[in-house]
Design a protein around this ligand. Structure first.
Ligand SMILES: NC(=O)c1ccc[n+]([C@@H]2O[C@H](COP(=O)([O-])OP(=O)(O)OC[C@H]3O[C@@H](n4cnc5c(N)ncnc54)[C@H](OP(=O)(O)O)[C@@H]3O)[C@@H](O)[C@H]2O)c1
Length: 244
């Protein structure tokens, strides 16, 4: 028996990286998964890789119209949601003194505003007893120079998880934050050169970045009844980087 048998899960930004690994695992555990991404080609490839019990819906998690389209599709195809993993997010380095208005608007627009409306717009479809998880970042814990916009735009999630679980308690919907540290994804490789990636690894106790499948198993824990008594928490999966 799978941990998500018969469940419907929505994962934003699920076309590569840790959320794609999670989508595969959720399907292996019995869920039907809706994944999103902006690039149709990457979305089609992800749907092909997952192979079954998956629907791809092209869209930008920062766009409220695209979110409406996503949930219209979920409603039409499955009628309700049990698990929402708001994973679409991102950032770029910008030290204080050089931060532009456009950078602030882009990353707060996706990581904060986009995440809030991803959750809010899902609520009418949510089954009682469901689970919401949002992907944070250990940048909001680690005081890494140059990352204040990203860190701030992710830090809101911890406050929101606590307020929202209180607002949703009558529906027994749990809300948690999954907070990865450095994870070896295509995005990492695109953003950082080899030397920078090795420097990040020097901060991790085991000396190696996380793998997408290590985040996927943490996501499964939060999505499933394995974490039925875990609510309003931040699960930090960063190999201990910000614990020391
Ligand atoms: N990688 C890390 O080390 C790390 C560490 C801490 C936290 N995080 C967080 O973890 C999450 C996933 O990161 P990742 O590195 O696995 O992913 P990623 O490679 O940056 O993105 C995963 C997928 O999400 C889609 N996506 C990006 N922006 C989107 C948007 N606005 N709307 C819808 N889909 C979007 C991308 O497809 P399209 O480009 O086609 O849209 C991409 O295929 C993010 O929230 C990130 O901030 C990552």
């Amino acid at each position: 028996m799978g941990k998500l048998d018969g469940k419907v899960a929505v994962i934003t930004g699920g076309t590569t990286g840790m959320a794609l690994a999670g989508a595969k695992l959720f399907v292996d555990e019995g869920a039907h998964v809706f994944i999103t991404g902006r690039r149709q080609e990457a979305l089609d490839e992800a749907v092909k890789q997952i192979g079954r019990n998956v629907t791809g819906v092209q869209g930008d998690a920062a766009s409220l119209d695209d979110l409406d389209r996503l949930y219209d599709t979920v409603k039409r195809e499955k009628g309700s949601i049990d698990v929402l993993w708001a994973s679409a997010g991102g950032g770029e380095p910008a030290p204080l003194g050089e931060i532009t208005e456009a950078q602030f608007d882009t990353w707060f627009g996706l990581n904060a505003r986009g995440t809030l409306f991803t959750v809010q717009k899902a609520l009418p479809l949510f089954n009682d007893g469901g689970s919401i998880l949002m992907t944070g970042s250990n940048a909001s814990l680690g005081a890494f120079p140059g990352w204040s916009v990203y860190a701030g735009s992710k830090a809101v999630q911890q406050a929101w998880a606590r307020v929202w679980l209180n607002e949703l308690k009558d529906r027994r919907i749990r809300v948690n934050v999954l907070t990865p540290g450095q994870v070896a994804t295509a995005k990492q490789a695109e953003l950082f050169d080899e030397a920078t990636q090795r420097q990040f690894e020097s901060l991790i106790p085991r000396g190696q970045m996380g793998r997408p499948d290590e985040i996927a198993t943490a996501a499964l824990f939060l999505a499933s009844d394995d974490s039925s008594y875990v609510n309003g928490m931040e699960l930090v999966a960063d190999g201990g980087t910000t614990a020391i």
